[in-house]
Design a protein around this ligand. Structure first.
Ligand code: ADP
Ligand code: MG
Length: 239
C-alpha cells in the first residue's frame, strides 16, 4: 500500500517531511481532495518534455526535501506558456534557490498544470499538546498571513463543526460570491474538511498537514500545494 511504501522511503532517507509530490499523491489516493497533476523532472530538458505533455500553461516549482516555503526562495513560477519560458523559469529557480538557501539539497522541479483562477482557501492540521489534532480553515494569501482570519476545530469533526468553521471566518461573504465573482461550493469544502478529519484521525503518524492553497470553485475544489510532516519514528504520539 502507498502509505507503507512512503513510510519505508522516508525512514530510509531519514526525513520526516514528505515531498509535495508524495503529499499530493497520498491525499489523492486516500480520496481526500483533488490535486493538480504534478510531475517531477530532474533536468531542464526533462522539465520541457513534461510541460509539453501536460499542456501549457504550466507551473514550475523547486523540489527539495529541505524547502517547504518555496516562494520565499524564488522557487515558484506560474503561468509559463512556452517551452522557452519553462527553460528560463528552470534556470531562474535554480539560481535563486542556490543563492537564498545554498545548503538545500535540490532534487529537481515539479511541473504542474496551472489551475484556473478560483478562491484560494487553506486547510491545515496541527497537534495541540492538550487537545490533539486540530483542523484549521481560512482564505488563502493576505487573509491568513496578515489578517489571521482562520477558524479551528478539534478532531474528530462532525458536519456542524465543518459548516461553522467555514461560515464563521470574516471572509465568508467572499466564498458565497462577492460582486459577481464565482462562489465556492461550500458543501464540497465541508466534505473535504470532514474527510480530512477522518484522514488525520486514521493516520496518527501525521504530525502536521497543510493544503495551502486549495482553489475553490462553484463546482469543484483542487489543491495546488500540499505539505505533510510525519512524527519522528518511535515518537510517543504514534500509536
Ligand atoms: P509555497 O511553498 O510558497 O507555499 P505554492 O506551491 O503554494 O508554494 O505556490 C505559491 C502560490 O502560487 C500559490 O499560493 C498559488 O497562488 C500559486 N500556485 C501554485 N501552484 C499553482 C498551480 N498549479 N496553479 C495555479 N496557481 C498555483
Ligand atoms: Mg503553498
Amino acid at each position: 500500500m502507498f502509505k507503507e511504501e512512503l513510510l519505508t522511503t522516508i525512514r530510509t532517507e531519514k526525513r520526516n517531511t514528505l515531498t509535495e509530490v508524495e503529499a499530493k499523491r497520498w491525499l489523492q489516493e486516500a480520496g481526500i481532495v483533488k490535486v493538480v497533476e504534478t510531475v517531477e523532472a530532474k533536468s531542464k530538458k526533462e522539465a520541457i518534455e513534461v510541460s509539453k505533455k501536460l499542456g501549457f500553461p504550466v507551473v514550475l516549482k523547486v523540489l527539495s526535501p529541505d524547502i517547504s516555503h518555496k516562494s520565499d526562495v524564488g522557487g515558484v513560477k506560474v503561468g509559463l506558456k512556452t517551452a522557452s519560458q519553462v527553460a528560463s523559469a528552470y534556470a531562474e529557480i535554480m539560481s535563486s534557490v542556490k543563492q537564498k538557501q545554498p545548503a538545500a539539497r535540490i532534487s529537481g522541479v515539479t511541473i504542474q498544470q496551472m489551475a484556473r483562477p478560483g478562491i484560494e482557501v487553506i486547510m491545515g492540521m496541527s497537534k495541540d499538546p492538550q487537545f490533539g489534532p486540530v483542523l484549521m480553515f481560512g482564505l488563502g494569501g493576505v487573509f491568513v498571513e496578515v489578517l489571521k482570519d482562520v477558524s479551528f476545530r478539534i478532531v474528530p469533526l462532525v458536519r456542524r463543526d465543518a459548516s461553522e468553521m467555514i461560515s464563521e471566518i470574516k471572509g465568508f461573504p467572499i466564498l458565497k460570491g462577492y460582486r459577481g465573482q464565482e462562489p465556492a461550493n461550500i458543501p464540497l469544502l465541508e466534505n473535504t474538511l470532514l474527510k480530512l478529519s477522518e484522514f488525520v484521525d486514521a493516520n496518527p503518524e501525521i504530525k502536521e498537514l497543510d493544503l495551502n492553497p486549495v482553489f475553490a470553485y462553484k463546482d469543484d475544489a483542487v489543491a495546488v500545494d500540499a505539505r505533510i510532516i510525519m512524527e519522528a519514528a518511535g515518537s510517543p504520539s504514534q500509536s
